[in-house]
Design a protein around this ligand. Structure first.
Ligand code: ADE
Length: 236
């Protein structure tokens, strides 16, 4: 079971995440737990402020070390039970998430403390103090780390053995550096477009070959970078 402790100022943003579909079921079946912790409860400031203007001037507000470090220490002392835990800071400057990183995270640790920043970021010293791993979900800037943390957790949780039905991971996009082949279901004909005949043939070998060809075509068209990597891997 992987345990996530998410430090955030906006716990509400996680309500639907933990109460919907596959993630909900994974929690019920104890493949994973997700606990949110409100950073604001850990201020020493009499007005409960968590953010202050940057030293040296500049725009926006910076989240202070104090509530963050208090919250992290609290989680470590009261919840963390394993030596195998990591602290992750969701940040646009972090290592960009991909399939392989998500897969690594399934086994890298038993427990994760995930920090969601807001405003212009968090004080650099708290990142250093806790030797945080920094993860970005892409080259754009969000208003906070909450959605990014959900993306990260979702991409990890679905890879925990048992969470999805067996087999559904084997042929999906990115597992073999190709994108997924096109899929079809009922009805057989939609606005004059019929399902490719081969898929109705019952010939599993032919179907499998056809799908591989389509996957290659699609990868070449949509992601030439992945296609070139695939070509290199399969040279001999
Ligand atoms: N916080 C703000 N932008 C982000 C991004 N792109 N990835 C992760 N965390 C973020």
């Amino acid at each position: 079971m992987i345990k996530f402790y998410v430090l955030t100022l906006f716990e509400d943003m996680f309500t639907s995440f933990v109460n919907t579909s596959i993630i909900k079921r994974a929690i019920e079946n104890q493949y994973v737990s997700v606990k949110t912790i409100d950073i604001r409860k850990f201020t020493n400031d009499k007005h409960n402020r968590v953010d202050f203007p940057p030293y040296g001037g500049g725009n926006g507000m910076i989240m202070s070390c104090i509530p963050l470090s208090n919250a992290i220490d609290y989680v470590v002392e009261n919840y963390i039970t394993s030596k195998r835990y990591k602290i992750i800071y969701m940040s646009p400057r972090g290592k960009v998430l991909n399939y392989n990183i998500s897969k690594e995270f399934v086994t890298l640790a038993d427990e994760y403390i995930i920090i969601c920043g807001h405003y212009e970021g968090i004080d650099e010293r708290v990142i250093e103090e806790y030797n945080m791993m920094e993860i970005s979900i892409g080259d754009y800037v969000l208003t906070g780390g909450e959605l990014a943390s959900e993306v990260l957790m979702d991409s990890i949780i679905r890879l925990i053995p048992g969470v999805l039905t067996e087999g559904s991971l084997i042929e999906e996009s990115h597992t073999n550096s190709l994108l997924e082949y096109p899929q079809y279901t009922k009805p057989y004909e939609f606005r004059g477009r019929k399902v490719p005949e081969i898929l109705l043939s019952g010939n599993h070998k032919k179907i499998s070959e056809y799908r591989k060809e389509e996957a290659i075509k699609i990868t070449k068209k949509y992601r030439p970078d992945l296609y070139n990597a695939f070509k290199k891997e399969n040279k001999n």
